[in-house]
Write a protein that binds this ligand. Structure first.
Ligand SMILES: [Zn+2]
Length: 307
């Protein structure tokens, strides 16, 4: 498993089919492992993908329609059974707390899991540490639904020659990294003068929604956008009435948000061929793939030469 890897555990909207499991996605992100919208059968799909309960650090639920959460009982019980040693935070719309409670207590089990519930009541940052920020925006579905963004902090690669030129070493280097600037021989040297900025990697997850400004906002400029595309263009009216996107609308979202790569999923059972979704999206946004169950995509950035 690479440092940043996306697993499509299931790609079906509403009902599973013979070739598609209910929704479910796992994102390996450095030390974190995010499980998104575990639909029915997610536990077994994880097994096929080589993802274990211990790999999960956070679970993120967009909304409480069954295809996005019916896998929770199995996954939560497995976390308990496998004695996952770390706490697992679970994010979900606060209005769905009763549904979460039902799912967590769906049957008898010996609960040893350290589950920390994090109900979402407002847009913005829901988690932050030194390296990582998770934020959310409300989308436009038929029920309360939230989009998620995972954003790594920017880092700086120090340039040895530049440091030497400015006489910065030892404790001064540490101060420069911590404070963004340092005073040497009466001159203030800024971090940007002696380093190369490496923007933090980013990922957005936009499930059930109509096309809306908040979907563009949460996805703005990300490296990878995973978006639902339940319908094709010929069913646009249905997409709007059911609170969903077409492949063309998902591509327009990717273009408008200026993302680098688009992954389409959450397909209606009426369409057999993922290729139709790519065919519709590609003229609008070329860097697109439509995943099938079991696909895993390496999201690690190619190493950039330091100039
Ligand atoms: Zn839904």
């Amino acid at each position: 498993m690479s440092q940043h890897q996306f697993f499509a555990l299931g790609t079906a909207s509403q009902v599973p089919t013979k070739t598609r499991n209910h929704n479910g996605y796992f994102l390996k992100w450095g030390k974190e492992g995010f499980l998104f919208d575990p639909g029915e059968g997610t536990q077994r799909q994880m097994l096929y993908a080589g993802v274990s309960a211990k790999d999960i650090t956070k679970i993120l639920i967009t909304h409480f329609h069954g295809d996005h959460c019916l896998g929770l009982p199995g996954v939560l019980q497995r976390i308990s059974l496998d004695k996952v040693p770390h706490p697992v935070k679970v994010y979900f719309p606060a209005s769905g707390l009763q549904y979460f409670n039902n799912l967590q207590n769906a049957s008898i089990y010996y609960n040893t899991a350290q589950i920390e519930i994090c109900p979402i009541t407002e847009a913005g940052i829901i988690y932050q540490d030194e390296k990582l920020t998770i934020s959310t925006e409300m989308l436009d579905h038929t029920v309360e639904s939230w989009g998620y963004r995972i954003q790594d902090a920017d880092t700086y690669t120090l340039l040895a020659e530049q440091l030497k030129t400015h006489g910065i070493q030892g404790v001064l280097t540490k101060q420069l990294l911590q404070e963004g600037q340092v005073k040497v021989n009466e001159r203030v040297v800024h971090l940007t003068e002696v380093s190369v900025l490496k923007p933090g990697q980013s990922f957005a997850f936009v499930m059930d929604t109509r096309y809306c400004a908040n979907a563009v906002k949460i996805a703005k400029g990300v490296d990878t956008l995973v978006a639902e595309s339940t319908f094709l263009n010929i069913h646009t009216a249905e997409a709007i009435s059911h609170g969903h996107l077409t492949a063309a609308q998902a591509a327009t979202l990717a273009k408008e948000a200026e993302v680098k790569r688009l992954i389409l999923t959450h397909f209606s059972q009426r369409y057999a061929d993922q290729g139709d979704f790519v065919g519709e999206a590609q003229p609008i946004f070329p860097a697109v793939v439509a995943v099938k169950d079991g696909d895993s995509l390496d999201l690690t950035r190619p190493r950039q030469a330091v100039v």
